[in-house]
Design a binder for this molecule. Structure first.
Ligand code: CTP
Length: 152
């Protein structure tokens, strides 16, 4: 049997098949940081048959919502979500990009009203899939696809 890099969890959310090296960005998207109380384990550059190398994130004792989890698709389009209860996988799904997004990204247009220093407003985007995935700012119409460089 294949050796486990990180232990199985009793209850919570496992995010698997994250593109190698992107686990820290996944935590950022989920708002998990030094102030979070959950036990979180993270494995990077794990050998994977399908992907060569992959990252894995396990958040114990927390059932993240599908909408929140789908935001991960912006930086890890092939991620698989496993919801774990009593050590068993009760739900498994692939992330799908959201159609609309509030926050998470910031508009790369410096002159966009969403970047105003006074009275900041929540950035809003439409996510469009053509041959690639891109975001369209609801305020200024700027399109961009380099999501990683524009995380809030
Ligand atoms: N997992 C876990 N705790 C559990 C059950 C599963 O942390 N109690 C993790 C596994 O370590 C794995 C992921 O959840 O990273 C998916 O588990 P499983 O479906 O058993 O593995 P695979 O068959 O390899 O998944 P897939 O078919 O999605 O590649």
């Amino acid at each position: 049997m294949e050796q486990l890099t990180i232990s199985k969890i009793r209850e919570g959310t496992v995010i698997d098949h994250i593109n190698a090296g992107k686990a820290p960005l996944v935590l950022k998207i989920l708002g998990i940081d030094k102030g979070s109380k959950e036990t979180v384990s993270l494995a990077m550059n794990v050998p994977s048959k399908k992907m060569g190398k992959k990252d894995i994130v396990k958040v114990e004792g927390k059932f993240l919502g599908e909408e929140e989890l789908n935001k991960i698709a912006l930086i890890a389009p092939g991620a698989t979500i496993n919801i774990i209860k009593d050590y068993k996988i009760v739900k498994k799904f692939k992330v799908t990009p959201p159609e609309k997004l509030e926050g998470i990204l910031r508009c790369p247009n410096r002159n966009c009203i969403s970047n105003a220093e006074r009275e900041p407003i929540t950035p809003k985007f439409k996510i469009v899939k053509k041959s690639t995935l891109f975001a369209v700012c609801e305020y200024c119409g700027r399109r961009f696809s380099n999501f990683e460089d524009n995380l809030e």
